[in-house]
Design a protein around this ligand. Structure first.
Ligand code: URA
Length: 212
């Protein structure tokens, strides 16, 4: 697994406003989208393209188009939904699939409670959206799920990660023979006893959508 922490003053500025508990939901939603668009620019550096010749008003030019099959964007419900618009703005031709994960209280393993994805992901580059990489269990389970369906290139985009979550992802995906990159706007200090990232930004789902 490769970690890419995006170091850019605009990213740091927007992240700081997101962290601020005074930031209201509408602003939080807008800034999340803007931040994801900036992260997406870095996260798509390895997106596959194929050569394409076009006719300009002046002459023929050699360029590229995004390759087929189309990339797949996968927000993890619920908070990942807040990142979707920011991602598809940059990559409007991407397809979108959805995954909902919940932790089974007996086995403590994340299990899928909702899923809308193509059956066959062979040859697909997948972009998984999950704002907070806390314990890493849900994100790792989603990556495994996509690889089991045939995805061969995975990029996870998160606003913040905890060192514990990154380490757990490494362990859980150790045997995966598929390139996996995690792109983040910041890596924070630690997780607290309730599983929140410290200093973090609180519950991303609640801040996006309210406590429901
Ligand atoms: N999920 C969140 O929304 N926030 C955290 O700090 C950890 C997990």
């Amino acid at each position: 697994m490769k970690l890419l922490a995006v170091d850019h003053p605009l990213v740091s500025h927007k992240l700081t406003v997101l962290r601020d508990q005074q930031t209201d939901s509408p602003t939080f939603r807008r800034l999340t989208e803007e931040l994801v668009t900036l992260l997406a620019y870095e996260a798509t550096r390895e997106i596959r393209v194929a050569p394409r010749r076009v006719q300009t008003p002046v002459a023929e030019a050699e360029g590229v188009y995004l390759s087929l099959p189309r990339p797949l964007v996968v927000p993890i419900l619920r908070a990942g939904l807040g990142m979707l618009e920011g991602m598809t703005r940059l990559m409007p031709s991407a397809e979108v699939g959805f995954v909902g994960m919940v932790r089974n209280e007996e086995t403590l393993q994340p299990t899928t409670y909702a899923e809308r994805l193509p059956d066959d992901l062979s040859g697909r580059q997948c972009y998984v959206l999950d704002p907070m990489l806390a314990t890493g269990g849900t994100l790792a389970a989603t990556v495994r799920f996509l690889v089991a369906r045939g995805a061969d290139h995975i990029t996870c985009i998160c606003l913040l990660a905890a060192p514990e979550g990154l380490q757990r992802m490494e362990q859980l995906l150790d045997d995966l023979h598929v390139p996996c990159t995690v792109v983040v706007a910041g890596v924070d200090e630690r997780l607290n006893e309730k599983g929140y990232i410290v200093p973090g930004l609180g519950d991303a789902g609640d801040r996006l959508y309210g406590v429901v």
